[in-house]
Ligand binder design. Structure first.
Ligand SMILES: [Cu+2]
Length: 235
């Protein structure tokens, strides 16, 4: 069952953790409510019979609760182990492979803008490519993102990656992703950031290395033309 495309290396592990939680919590929820309503029905007041009243102080009913409680705690241990493993991988580890690139993601009221390192692969150099509402990346390459905000709290959310990270004014927050498939996917803001919050969607365009090189070349030409035009205007 796929309700959302799985397009990052860690998306499936996040889905698995959520499924594990849903199954374990769902099992106990259904069991508890079934038992609860059955007991209410079974021991209800009827003509000639008063409703049963259990204080919870007797040894026998207490054991009934203690054992169930212990079993729930065992399930919790499984959930905590699964959650920590995913958390460490997604939020506390950064890729170290030499092909890793860094992109800057900037949230502001109300748009996303991006700084791509350009052909030299290094951020904050002359060939950087700046774009608004559209982030172009290469499939199969690890990226570190530097997330910043120009004004208020935003949240960089890419559902197909299962990525969600708050942007906090005054901080540079690093994280990572690696796309596993090409295509065009939603970027959203997942933090109420003002009246235009719903109007700051972006697009993530994942390209093959060839497509990505062609995109960078087009951006470079456009920047060159703009530079030429401004040179002519001022000269
Ligand atoms: Cu926002």
């Amino acid at each position: 069952m796929e309700y959302l495309p799985v397009v990052s290396t860690y998306a499936q592990s996040i889905d698995d953790a959520i499924l594990l939680i849903a199954v374990l919590v769902g099992f106990w929820t259904v069991l508890t409510f079934t038992l609860f309503f059955w007991l209410i029905f079974r021991y209800r007041a009827r003509p000639g019979q008063r409703a049963g009243y259990v204080t919870g102080e007797e040894r026998q009913p207490k054991r009934f609760i203690t054992i169930a409680h212990m079993l729930v705690l065992v399930c919790d241990v499984f959930i905590v182990i699964a959650a920590i493993r995913v958390w460490v991988d997604v939020k506390q580890t950064l890729p170290t492979a030499p092909e890793t690139q860094t992109v800057r993601v900037i949230g502001q009221q109300w748009a996303w803008s991006f700084v791509h390192p350009g052909p030299d692969g290094v951020l904050d150099t002359a060939d950087d490519i700046k774009s608004v509402d559209e982030l172009h990346i290469e499939v199969g390459r690890p990226y570190i993102y530097e997330l910043v905000s120009r004004d208020v709290l935003h949240d960089f959310s890419v559902p197909a990656f299962r990525l969600k990270q708050d942007a906090i004014p005054g901080r540079i927050i690093q994280g990572w992703f690696e796309a596993t498939d090409t295509g065009s996917f939603d970027i959203q803001c997942a933090e109420m950031c003002g009246i235009g919050h719903g109007l700051m969607p972006g697009r993530l365009v994942i390209e093959t290395p060839e497509q990505h090189a062609a995109w960078m070349a087009r951006q470079g030409q456009a920047a060159g033309r703009a530079l030429l035009a401004s040179g002519r205007a001022s000269g």
